[in-house]
Design a protein around this ligand. Structure first.
Ligand code: NAP
Length: 239
């Protein structure tokens, strides 16, 4: 079985690694090419957009893909919608692998918002912001008067907050490290997308009593089956 893993996430990498070790599977990982130095992946790897739904349909047909696993980030809604349409057109089964969303604990002070623009609007009463929503979309915060500590994997391009410090880091992060960071920069609010996964920044914010502006996930497109772990995805593929 030749599996196309739409990746760019930890789950995509772990799934590709597991499939590469199984003789009955050939794995092709697809990355958008946003990160300058992506972590090394086993199996076949292709990088860059397909050219919309028609390009993805062509790729599925010409590469003999038998199944697609959409393991992209929960906020990568264009490629996920394209996968739904292209798989339907090409008659290829699709599985969605989405890590579970974070849910607040009783002590958490979350401010849920629907978009980056709404997150920016919610910052009016905060002075020092820890922004971890990624380098794309920084322009949403360009007109905010707050000071920002912005953490991204690669340097951002385009518009950005006027007053900011850039921290280039891809993790993995630790609770002591996140606590030290929030204290060192006297942060009074954290802004994040509800990406899910391991996130000591949320634990650090909770233990310091800091509010977290939490950007909600977009809805999952289409009606493909959804699993939340790599093991579940492997079981679905093997069935
Ligand atoms: P997006 O808005 O859904 O996708 C924009 C375009 O990028 C797609 O239409 C597609 O181009 C191309 N693309 C996206 N993912 C691709 C993939 N895995 N393989 C090949 N082409 C891909 O996605 P995004 O939010 O820019 O995210 C890009 C990548 O970064 C995704 O793979 C995602 O898993 C990863 N990522 C995103 C976030 C986030 O916060 N959005 C966070 C961490 C990682 P064509 O139409 O030309 O095919």
């Amino acid at each position: 079985m030749k599996v196309l893993v739409l990746g760019g996430t930890t789950e995509g990498r772990l799934l590709a690694t597991a499939l590469a070790g199984l003789p009955s599977f050939t794995v092709v990982s697809s990355l958008a090419g946003r990160v300058r130095a992506p972590l090394v992946l086993p199996g076949l790897v292709r990088v860059g957009g397909f050219g919309g739904v028609p390009g993805l349909v062509d790729f599925l047909r010409s590469s003999g893909i038998s199944t697609v696993v959409d393991a992209t980030h929960p906020f990568a809604s264009s490629i996920s919608a394209h996968a739904v349409s292209a798989c339907s057109l090409a008659g290829v089964p699709l599985l969605v692998l989405r890590r579970p969303a974070w849910t607040p604990a009783a002590e958490d002070r979350w401010i849920p918002v629907e978009s980056l623009a709404a997150a920016a609007a919610a910052l009016a009463s905060f002075a020092r912001v820890f922004l971890t929503t990624g380098r794309q979309g920084l322009g949403s915060f360009a007109s905010c008067s707050s000071w920002f500590l912005v953490r991204t994997v690669d340097p951002p391009a385009g518009s950005r907050p006027a007053r900011m410090e850039l921290l280039l880091d891809r993790g993995p992060f630790t609770l002591p490290g996140e606590l030290a960071l929030l204290r060192r920069w006297a942060i009074d609010v954290v802004v994040t997308k509800n990406s899910g996964g391991f996130a000591p920044k949320l634990e650090a914010a909770r233990s310091l009593g800091l509010p977290v502006i939490m950007v909600d996930r977009p809805p999952v497109a289409g009606f493909a089956p959804v699993v939340s772990t790599v093991d579940e995805a492997l079981a679905w593929l093997a069935a």
